[in-house]
Design a protein around this ligand. Structure first.
Ligand SMILES: Cc1cc2nc3c(=O)[nH]c(=O)nc-3n(C[C@H](O)[C@H](O)[C@H](O)COP(=O)(O)OP(=O)(O)OC[C@H]3O[C@@H](n4cnc5c(N)ncnc54)[C@H](O)[C@@H]3O)c2cc1C
Length: 405
């Protein structure tokens, strides 16, 4: 049985501290090597914590600068900012998420009527394709909830170009199994592999690259893999949707009775002025089952439950634990407590945002406003995520100055 990560801020901080010595040269030299389960020594495995903001991007970057210096840890800092880039990019093009969810429902429906495709997807998801490397990554993902970045790239590429399976089903397989499963990083990375993000430049996995960066744990035969392929741009002939500025959330009003909602979108509540509010109720909302129309892995559900219990405990408030249900539950919960507004840390584009949108009519009818705290980091980085990563990268010195200030 794989060792499961503990879903608390303290565990995230401990991992951060432990990895800080490797954020410089070790990371730059070793980060591309997938050394296999329980041996991922040159990457941080911090993503499940960062994804829930049990630890935040500025904290992680500040640690890198403090321990290794900004120059030596530049590669690591870039990677952390890739996450912020993807979040900002999707915030400004929510249609890409909407099209993904609608397309996924169609892909799942198509499985019903296509036995061959259903069997092929089943084999890929249950480590039975006969490609030992691919099967080994599928098994690692299911057992541990984690995959090395390079393995994710190879897996997605083989799924799309060698096995020729629908990309959204692969993205869904990841999202429902990854402890760090994130609507932006996951959807946009799969799109990047497919040649839909950097259009016309798909990522096609090469046997020699797999052999080199697994240190020959796996040596695929070149002919087993599709070695050159054009991307899937033909599926989206109209190109990318227009980019609109990030959504500006309603700000909380200090004088109103308030129900505070904690979700896995941001578990570092201490960064927000929640003690200044007139709090009528507080609750955690476990929403990870929304990640997929299919069953979400128990590892993911348990990690989320741990993270929410941790944020509840750190808040020092009397917090009830709730599970995702009908969107109308939200207005009912707030009304019962006498609240006139709900406050939550910002909920970015993804399944929970969709659920909140469905809750909006009842909230409005009950006269309850849904308000959010947005982080300065997001407000600073996201507006630059309008095109490729390079535009964001150019701003990194400016971002770092705010961290070091
Ligand atoms: C097909 C595919 C799907 C992916 N799905 C997800 C996902 O659902 N959630 C997710 O957090 N990441 C996703 N990634 C990005 C990346 O693989 C993971 O963030 C990274 O492997 C996490 O491991 P780590 O913490 O050891 O990373 P490290 O290499 O130690 O990096 C430190 C941190 O930087 C961030 N980061 C690193 N690489 C990337 C990247 N390429 N894109 C975005 N952020 C990055 C993460 O927050 C990570 O914790 C995906 C990549 C691919 C190719």
């Amino acid at each position: 049985m794989a060792q499961v990560m503990t879903a608390t801020r303290a565990a995230g901080q401990a991992r951060l501290e432990q990895f800080s010595a490797k954020m410089g040269r070790d990371y730059a030299q070793g980060r591309n090597f997938d050394r296999g389960p329980a041996a991922h020594q040159d990457v941080s495995m911090l993503s499940a914590y960062i994804r829930r903001r049990l630890i935040t991007e500025p904290e992680v970057i500040a640690t890198a600068i403090k321990t290794q210096g900004a120059e030596a840890s530049a590669k690591f800092i870039d990677e952390v900012i890739w996450r912020s880039y993807f979040k900002g990019w999707l915030e400004q093009r929510p249609e890409v998420w909407n099209n993904y969810t609608a397309g996924l429902r169609q892909d799942l429906a198509a499985l019903e009527g296509d036995v061959g495709l259903r069997q092929a997807v089943h084999a890929a998801e249950t480590a039975q394709t006969g490609l030992d490397y691919f099967d080994s990554w599928a098994a690692e993902l299911i057992e541990t909830g984690y995959l090395h970045n390079h393995a994710r790239m190879w897996f997605a590429s083989i799924w799309i170009f060698t096995l020729k399976l629908p990309w959204r089903l692969g993205a869904d397989f990841f999202l429902k199994n990854l402890l760090d499963g994130d609507p932006a990083s996951n959807t946009l990375s799969w799109r990047w592999v497919a040649g839909l993000h950097t259009r016309g430049k798909p990522y096609v996995a090469q046997a020699s690259n797999i052999a080199r960066f697994t240190e020959e744990r796996f040596v695929p035969r070149a002919q087993e893999l599709t070695q050159s392929a054009s991307g899937l741009e033909a599926l989206e002939p109209d190109g990318l949707p227009e980019c609109n500025p990030p959504r500006v959330p309603n700000a909380p009003q200090l004088h109103l009775p308030t129900a505070i909602l904690f979700t896995e979108e941001d578990c570092r509540i201490e960064d927000f002025p929640f003690r200044d509010l007139i709090c009528t109720a507080a609750a955690t909302l476990a929403a990870s089952p929304l990640r997929s129309p299919r069953d979400v892995a128990q590892l993911v559900v348990r990690f989320e439950a741990g993270a929410l219990a941790d944020v509840a405990q750190r808040s020092g408030l009397a917090v009830s634990a709730t599970q995702i249900g009908a969107p109308s539950d939200l207005a009912r919960w707030a009304l019962q407590s006498g609240a006139q507004q709900i406050v939550t840390p910002y909920v970015p584009v993804g399944p929970l945002r969709d659920w909140l949108a469905r809750a909006q009519p009842e909230l409005e009818a009950a006269g309850i406003s849904l308000t959010e705290w947005r982080r300065d980091w997001d407000a600073m980085v996201w507006p630059h995520a309008t095109a490729g990563f390079f535009k964001v990268k150019k701003q990194i010195p400016k971002f770092l100055r705010t961290i070091c200030a």
